[in-house]
Design a protein around this ligand. Structure first.
Ligand SMILES: [Zn+2]
Ligand SMILES: [Zn+2]
Length: 639
């Protein structure tokens, strides 16, 4: 059979060759690091024989898929430990998550507390040393029901009921058997470091009306060193939590009375937000974008036309009713339907395309209260949204332009490491998607070529496209090495169809434009949340809410401080004065805590010489300079 590798090369192997054997044929090292194998669109166990021509890639710890295999296997290992320490436990589900895994369990009368986690960790260490193999086994529905009935586990029984006979598999390792699709590691000894974190309550199947189970979270690594680094990172992340810093630096607040999930921007936050918007607007203007502003509500019919009502309606904020006439309005979940109406406001010729409509549009989406997380996950947020209406031939150029903006933004904000994911349709399931083959091929190629031309670090996911078009998502790594999903660029064949958008082509005939949705930051809220955690509150000078603080040594020099303030303010440098009665040492400490980039200390000597003593945050004392000199150098730094 022919095996195609990610670089496009093809090698022949005997039918029945496993992923591990393929990895070995490449290098000993790869075989050692391999955790799973992607076969066409699915991830498989390394030991599972491959019988047909396939596209494959070997997954290691560096791949998200590799980590998923690792953590899923770790969830099984934890379950084995739980069963050993708390016999009779019933098991719900135990999936891998972004950072580790969990298992929802029902321990019946036995109570598990935080203190038991240590014992479970120790048990896991004991068990992983046994090097038990994860063994996959096909099983009939009848046998599966019989097994879990015997075990008295009603949760697994319920899960089996929803599966079709012939697609049910078990995974066994050591003393634990689970109803599971896999994939898993070859054996438990791959897991070298274990940490169990937290116990939480979780309703069975997320349904508040059903039983509350116990959820145990954990994380594992293939090396102790990686766990140590992770724990250090968590400690640092706690200090940088944007909810904590957002409160301390007075960037935003959330009021229960106003409503959860509805961030309120405080003056310092507004400065950061407006500076970012100003910067992006400038970039967009140079690229021919125009700004529009649409209301934050729209008639229910608008969202019925766009399809958003069908998709989000019942899970969304419910319609607002007018006092008379029986009209219904909805808070807008997306800006696109409004922009389609703006496009329709007048006829368009091909000469006007691309038409790039931008709006910092605030949208409202209902999120469950348990999902809310400060600025990062909110119910109301402002997208840095734009819709590009263009001809199919303009797609590639527009993609290049959008990728360009995103790159410039990320670099400007100090994110050096970012990557992209290209999501294409599944060519074996074309009926799932709208739009012609020709259109899809054209737009997918446009994205692939733009990414290649820009030399972006990108992965391609087949079958991950939306039903209405392929897309490109951006991820950035923050200062702590955490991945954040940010901006997205999405091709759309659906809305132009639903809104019957047209342009007159060169041939004088009506044509359908293609629509691109794009939001480089994603939303201002989420992005600033990330920026707070990335910078730890030490924003780049151009974004810092307060760039300079003047610290008079005593009341005697407040008038001089005011004079300096005036000069700086005239030069548009954001400055404040600490005119409290505190000693200078205390004033410096407060300014440090407030993360103000520059402190100007003024006393008798400074006033006499028309100078300031400069302290730069994190660099310390820069000495005494003339005020003009300081203004020159900070202005230079800002430009
Ligand atoms: Zn499993
Ligand atoms: Zn849109």
């Amino acid at each position: 059979m022919n095996i195609t590798f990610p670089d496009g090369s093809v090698k022949e192997f005997d039918k029945g060759t496993s992923g591990l054997e393929i990895a070995k044929s490449i290098s000993h090292r790869l075989a050692k690091e391999a955790l799973g194998i992607k076969v066409n669109y699915d991830i498989w166990d390394l030991h599972r024989p491959i019988h047909e021509d396939s596209f494959i890639s070997i997954l290691t710890w560096e791949d998200k898929g590799g980590k998923m295999v690792f953590w899923h296997s770790s969830a099984h290992l934890m379950a084995e430990a739980i069963e050993a320490v708390f016999p009779g436990t019933k098991f719900g589900i135990g999936p891998p998550i972004d950072n580790g895994f969990y298992y929802d369990i029902d321990t019946g009368e036995q109570e598990i507390t935080q203190a038991d986690l240590i014992q479970l960790e120790n048990k896991m260490r004991e068990l992983l040393a046994e090097k038990s193999q994860y063994i996959r086994e096909d099983i009939s529905k009848k046998e599966a029901v019989a097994y879990f009935t015997e075990k008295n586990d009603e949760y697994k029984q319920e899960l089996i009921e929803e599966l079709d006979d012939g697609e049910i598999t078990l995974y066994k390792h050591g003393n634990f058997v689970d109803l599971c699709k896999g994939p898993h590691l070859p054996n438990t000894s791959y897991i070298k470091a274990v940490k169990l974190f937290a116990i939480a309550g979780a309703y069975w199947r997320g349904d508040e009306k059903r039983k509350q189970l116990t959820r145990i979270y954990g994380i594992t690594f293939p090396k102790q060193k990686l766990l140590d680094e992770y724990l250090l990172m968590l400690e640092e992340a706690k200090k940088r939590d944007h909810r904590k810093l957002g409160r301390e630096l007075e960037i935003f607040m959330i009021s229960d009375k106003v409503g959860s999930g509805l961030p309120i921007w405080l003056p310092n936050g507004v400065i950061i937000r407006e500076k970012l918007i100003e910067y992006l607007k400038k970039e967009q203007k140079q690229r021919g974008y125009v700004q529009v502003i649409a209301p934050i509500i729209g008639k229910k019919e608008l969202y019925i036309t766009s399809g958003h009502y069908e998709k989000y309606g019942s899970d969304s904020f419910q319609p607002i009713k007018t006092p008379s006439e029986g009209e219904e309005y909805m808070l807008k979940p997306m800006n696109c339907p409004h922009h389609c109406e703006i496009y329709k406001n007048k006829p368009h010729s091909y000469r006007e395309l691309p038409l790039k409509m931008a709006e910092f549009g605030t949208v409202y989406r209902y999120e469950q209260s348990g999902e809310l997380n400060g600025l990062v996950r909110a119910r109301g947020f402002t997208q840095d949204d734009a819709h590009i209406f263009c001809t199919p031939d303009q797609l590639k150029e527009e993609f290049l332009d959008v990728v360009d903006i995103i790159e410039i933004l990320f670099r400007k904000l100090g994110f050096e490491e970012f990557s992209a994911q290209i999501s294409l349709r599944d060519p074996n399931n074309k009926e799932k998607y709208i739009g012609t083959d020709e259109a899809w091929e054209k737009s997918e190629l446009a994205i692939i070529e733009a990414v290649a031309e820009k030399e972006l670090n990108a992965v391609t996911e087949i079958g991950e496209a939306a039903f209405y078009g392929p897309k490109l998502d951006f991820m950035v790594k923050d200062a702590l090495g955490r991945q954040w999903q940010l901006g997205t660029v999405q091709v759309d064949y659906n809305l132009p169809e639903r809104f019957d958008l047209t342009y007159i082509g060169e041939d004088n005939q009506k044509h359908r434009p293609v629509m691109i949705h794009r939001a480089p930051f994603g939303s201002m809220e989420r992005f600033i949340g990330l920026l707070i955690e990335h910078s730890g509150g030490d924003f780049p000078l151009w974004l810092a809410p307060r760039q300079v603080i003047i610290l008079p040594i005593s009341d005697k020099y407040i008038n001089y401080a005011k004079k300096i303030w005036k000069s700086l303010d005239n030069n548009e440098i954001r400055t404040s004065i600490d005119d409290s009665n505190e000693k200078i040492g205390r004033k410096i400490r407060d300014a440090e805590l407030g993360k103000v980039p520059y402190m100007l200390i003024v006393g008798e000597k400074e006033e006499a010489e028309g100078s300031v003593s400069v302290r730069k945050r994190k660099s310390g004392d820069l000495g005494q300079v003339k005020l003009d000199e300081f203004i020159n150098s900070i202005s230079k730094e800002l430009n």
